[in-house]
Write a protein that binds this ligand. Structure first.
Ligand code: GUN
Length: 283
């Protein structure tokens, strides 16, 4: 193996310690950072995600309230709950777990969350703030990827960063964050011709498509920083990324594992955003 491992668990732990310290400082001033998580229905994956978010919050001293509703909840009832939390000064972050039941319009629900409490960074105003460089909340997964890249000591200025994937919550914000750090950015997607020809130019390569082993060793520039956002469950039940880890680790300079890379950082950045929301509200 030539690549150095980027340990997402270790970095997330360090960030949680920092969050715990800042949370204690707010609490000393009588402010209790508070995240409300709304879960509608019983999607098994969502149950696991939400359980982790509540546990992470408790571990860092943040208050987390989980509101559970049956899948039969009407959209109007959900919007009423979001409005109530928007108006509650004791609530700093609001997270509506996705996916929502089919009878609900997820866009409409997300746009109802106050941008000041949008700790997921999914609101159009949050996306616009990132686009224009204004203060706002950054989507947790690409934000976590930026921290992972930073942890390698890589300077992004003038580097070629290639993002594979163009989702609203990962690919597009990832490209904007890299651009903000003065990287030259290319976004690749399902219609990209000759993906390998582009990825081989990447000093920093972020894979966020959800296709097992899409990125193979021959597609990676020697010494590149490779960030794997993929979380694909194989036939063997094991979690695997979008990157062929065993092959690519022989070529890359730095690489994130799956699991233990981006996943823990997504969770850590939600805590950071929630704390940040409480700090801003306290100003
Ligand atoms: N479903 C899967 N991941 C996420 C996330 O980060 N935020 C929300 N709200 N829903 C999700």
């Amino acid at each position: 193996m030539t690549a150095q491992l980027i340990d997402g668990n270790a970095l997330a732990k360090k960030i949680r310690t920092e969050v715990a310290g800042r949370t204690a400082a707010l609490q000393a001033r009588g402010i209790e950072p508070h995240l409300v998580i709304i879960l509608v229905g019983e999607d098994p994956a969502s149950e696991v995600y939400v359980k982790h978010k509540v546990a992470d919050s408790a571990q860092t001293g943040l208050k987390a309230t989980l509101e559970r509703y049956p899948a039969t909840l009407s959209e109007d009832e959900l919007l009423a709950r979001v409005h109530a939390h928007n108006g509650d000064a004791a609530v700093h972050g609001i997270l509506v777990q996705l996916p929502l039941p089919a009878h609900m319009d997820a866009h409409k629900v997300i746009e109802t969350i106050s941008p000041a409490k949008d700790v997921d960074g999914f609101h159009v105003q949050s996306a616009g703030a990132l686009l224009t460089g204004l203060p706002g909340f950054w989507s947790c997964t690409p934000y976590g990827c930026m921290k992972l890249i930073e942890s390698t000591g890589t300077t992004l200025r003038g580097k070629h960063a290639v993002v594979i994937g163009r989702s609203n919550n990962v690919g597009k914000p990832m490209a904007l964050m890299l651009l903000q750090q003065n990287a030259t950015v290319t976004i690749c997607h399902s219609a990209t011709a000759d993906l390998g020809a582009i990825t081989r130019q990447a000093d920093v390569l972020v894979a966020a498509v959800g296709r097992r082993k899409l990125v193979t060793a021959d597609m990676v520039k020697p010494g590149a920083v490779v960030i794997d956002v993929g979380m694909n469950r194989g036939d063997d039940g094991k979690l695997a990324g979008d990157v062929d880890f065993d092959g690519v680790k022989e070529v890359a300079g730095w690489i994130t594992p799956v699991p233990g890379g981006v996943g823990p950082m997504t969770r850590a950045m939600l805590l950071v955003n929630t704390l940040e929301a409480a700090e801003r509200a306290a100003k």
